[in-house]
Write a protein that binds this ligand. Structure first.
Ligand code: ADP
Length: 496
């Protein structure tokens, strides 16, 4: 069934004529074509009927007693419910039809008797089509108006949030990373004015993000659509470095793919956190030393012999206080390194010696855990602080042992590159999930929250390693396949 047929089947037509023969003729003709037809002989009845159930089209005789066609049409047009129904006038052959009047009272067309069936049908169909088109246009228009209204509302809401947000917000284009707009909070934090920022990139402005970091962030964004709480440094116009959490979303701005960047400045929070941790650690150190000394003294038996149950409890106390001591020492160590209180002393040393020393130091732990430790050193002179490099190697080996299964192997290698040395610690342990490969180098970051408790670590080892390596002008990173093992890499400069 095509559209026209469907229209015909559905269309309701009201025929009003005081001559029953005409009425029957028209009704029969239209019914045969699939229209639903209601026919009445009086204008007043027609008005009531149209009001109760508005038809899709009206065929209206002009010459009728009581109320003529013009009057009926006028009433229809005055009423909200029937105003838009198309009215086609019908006039007898000898009637003088007042065409102007027919149109001024609201008729859309007229037909003169005797009718030609094809003509009546053609006009009816025409007006039904026009009427349908008109109502769908009106509907579409209303929908568009609504959409425009909703869009305007959303834009206004966004503009308001953008302007008044206490969080620094910027919009950059994806292709070049250039700033398209920034809010006042962003200007306040960065120290720049709008003209200095718009059209330039974070890289141009030296805000602390490298082109490589930007490309990595965009790649992640395009892949996942959003980026959340990415911790990074932000350099202001005056050169001050602030710690921020960056969250970003892809948005479409008039057909240009852009990034909406929302910043959370956590510099103050970090400062307080560091201050608190170091304060607590300093305060803990003295009582902790005294506690460990007392426990050791108890263990010697000089103060009396303990029952075997008492000895067990003492051992638990010693293990835990030693762990707490390690934690406090690591925190203070990290803090001193970060604040530059411990100066790194780079000297010429041989990397093979350091690898062998580290292996010897860890051999006992590896044997206890039934793990095979394989060292593949190369003889090369590096420029680094040997004690700190040894500390790094021991830390990485200790982690590799902790997270390996009985019977596994660990390789400690050094590889000579063009102007640096690359050290690798490879294990066959449980591996590290992809989303943790970066974060485990942060303070207190672990793959599993229970790792430090179960394995006796502090969650600071890798943060310390990263600090040491970076202070020795190297880089540290990890590659891993879950369930198959991890390889930690770090580089160090060669000594010329
Ligand atoms: P911890 O004292 O907990 O070992 P680290 O900073 O040295 O602290 O390590 C952080 C976390 O990284 C560990 O708790 C563990 O979840 C993960 N990790 C480190 N090394 C390995 C490894 N070789 N294999 C698997 N996971 C590791």
């Amino acid at each position: 069934m095509d559209n026209q047929q469907l229209e015909k089947h559905k269309a309701n037509i009201l025929v009003i004529d005081d001559t029953p023969e005409n009425l029957h003729l028209l009704a029969a003709m239209l019914t045969e074509q699939g229209y639903k037809v209601r026919s009445v002989t009086k204008g007043s009845t027609a008005l009531r009927g149209a009001q109760a159930s508005p038809p899709d089209l009206i065929l209206l005789d002009i010459n009728m007693p009581e109320m003529n066609g013009y009057e009926v049409c006028q009433s229809l047009k005055e009423n909200e419910r029937t105003r838009d129904i198309p009215v086609i006038f019908i006039s007898a052959m000898n009637d003088v039809i007042d065409k102007v009047k027919a149109f001024t009272v609201g008729g859309v067309d007229y037909i003169t008797k005797p009718f030609q069936i094809q003509e009546v049908l053609a006009r009816v169909e025409n007006h039904l089509t026009i009427c349908n088109l008109r109502s769908s246009l009106l509907e579409q228009n209303a929908r568009l108006q609504q959409e425009i209204y909703e869009r305007q509302q959303a834009e206004e809401k966004f503009a308001l949030i953008f302007r008044s947000s206490p969080s620094p917000i910027s919009i950059t284009n994806v292709s070049e990373g250039r700033f398209i707009d920034v809010n006042n909070s962003f200007l306040r934090m960065s120290g720049y004015c709008l003209e200095e920022i718009i059209g330039r990139s974070a890289y141009d402005l030296n805000l602390g993000i490298t082109q490589q970091q930007y490309a990595g962030a965009v790649e992640k964004l395009l892949l996942t659509g959003c980026l959340q709480n990415y911790e990074m440094e932000f350099r202001t116009k005056s050169g001050e470095v602030r710690i921020i959490l960056l969250s970003a979303e892809l948005i479409d701005l008039s057909g240009t793919q852009c990034i909406l960047n929302i910043i959370n400045d956590i510099t103050e929070r970090k400062r307080l956190e560091n201050e608190f941790i170091s304060l607590v650690s300093h305060e803990l150190r003295t009582p902790l030393t005294s506690l460990i000394g007392s426990l050791d003294l108890l263990g010697t038996g000089q103060l009396g012999t303990l029952t075997s149950k008492g000895q067990q409890v003492l051992n638990i106390a010693i293990t835990n206080s030693e762990r707490l001591n390690r934690l406090v020492n690591d925190i203070l160590d990290l803090e001193r390194m970060k604040s530059g209180k411990i100066a790194i002393q780079p000297v010429k040393c041989n990397i093979a010696d350091l690898l062998i020393q580290a292996t010897e130091a860890m051999q006992a732990m590896a044997e206890k855990a039934q793990i095979n430790l394989i060292t593949e050193p190369v003889i090369a002179d590096i420029l680094a602080d040997p004690d700190r490099i040894l500390q790094t190697l021991i830390n990485l080996l200790s982690n590799a042992i902790k997270f390996s299964e009985v019977g596994g192997s660990i390789w400690l290698r050094a590889k000579l590159q063009i102007n640096y040395i690359q050290i690798e610690v490879q294990d066959e342990g449980r591996g590290i999930p992809a989303n943790k490969l970066q974060t485990i180098f942060e303070r207190f970051q672990q793959v599993d929250v229970s790792d430090s408790r179960k394995k006796g670590g502090t969650g600071l080892g890798l943060a310390i390693c990263r600090n040491i390596v970076e202070q020795n002008h190297g880089k540290i990173w990890v590659e891993s396949i879950l369930g198959q093992g991890s390889t930690f890499y770090f580089t160090l400069p060669l000594s010329n």
